[in-house]
Write a protein that binds this ligand. Sequence first.
Ligand SMILES: Nc1ncnc2c1ncn2[C@@H]1O[C@H](COP(=O)(O)OP(=O)(O)OP(=O)(O)O)[C@@H](O)[C@H]1O
Length: 387
Amino acid sequence: MLRFEHVSKRYPNGTVAVDDLDFEVAEGELVTLVGPSGCGKTTTMKLVNRLEEPTSGRILLAGEDIAGVDPVKLRRRIGYVIQQVGLFPHRTVLDNTATVPVLLGRGRKAARQRAAELLELVGLDPAVYGGRYPDQLSGGQRQRVGVARALAADPPVLLMDEPFGAVDPVVRERLQNEFLRLQREVRKTVLFVTHDIEEAVRLGDRIAVFGQGRVEQYDSPAAVLGAPATDYVASFVGSDRGLKRLSVTPVERGDLEQPPVVHLSDAMATAQERMRAEGVRWAVVLDENDVLHGWVSVAERSGPVSGTVAEHARRMDAWLPLGSSLKSAFATMLQYDAGWIAVLDEEDRLLGVLTPTTLHEALRRSIDADTRSVERAEVELESVSGA
Ligand SMILES: Nc1ncnc2c1ncn2[C@@H]1O[C@H](COP(=O)(O)OP(=O)(O)OP(=O)(O)O)[C@@H](O)[C@H]1O
């Protein structure tokens, strides 16, 4: 969709802001450009909407060299969201959002209707906020209006330059999550500039890690964190990259452990036999509807125990849907102070459990898989937790 071919930009004062950029952003993909201050991120964006011209190389949008496209027409196909949102202070939120469609010749009524839908989409009730002026909004709300406005012309490409840079970390995380939800709906091709590796990892389908004007690595977040291409990338993503990686590695079926499963109504003696036969000290307990109830441990004293599982079971209903991040799995374990958590499918059926050991193995396998470019399920670990 958007292709950089050996693009360089040298400013008249001799600064080489961008040096031989060569990568492609697929349609509907969100690519984060991350790097320290002055590494050429903003310049890259400006080259895309022709606020700057490359010194060499070319940029193709849907196969067409943008150097031959009238800049005004080009910018209609490219939404631009910047940190200082640049809303018109004397226009209402609704009119700010409708600005571009009106300029594009849509009727005022249709444009306002679309603007209201977009405000709704970015989480601002148009009935509440539509009539307000920008200075009657919080910073986070202004950012959302900026995003709604950029989407109003329905451009296939969005450029977002540190759009959430000016808000506090809590609001920032909320905006990021909302934007991810929105992006799943609208599927724009997005270039998103940030200097924050956490943000880059959370949002990006792929990340371009910038050194001085050059892309040092262009890869999935998991690969950038798990297998940094250069020392520079390794130091930029930080020594806690293993921890960060937890948040971008999903729980897969192959990661799960399968302890014995018993029901509340089973005889405890039978449950005990099952655990002994499988050589484990506990079993997952489900109720009569196969809903997670908790766990039961093999009794310490020898000999059969009387009664049903219900009389011995303990409640523990920490669970996660399959596909959750390893980080949320770990966080849930800590929150419940639990040695395991259940992983459920879409119909809330038990698929297996995750323990600290299997969680660690999942992380190691995913790193191995990225390093060797294979699926995680194909990776056999040589040793299990050092054993
Ligand atoms: N118009 C200009 N003329 C000369 N040099 C410029 C111009 N614009 C940017 N530069 C220089 O080009 C380099 C890259 O700047 P750019 O704004 O692209 O970086 P950035 O990665 O977006 O930085 P930041 O995160 O601080 O915004 C910097 O050294 C900057 O000083």
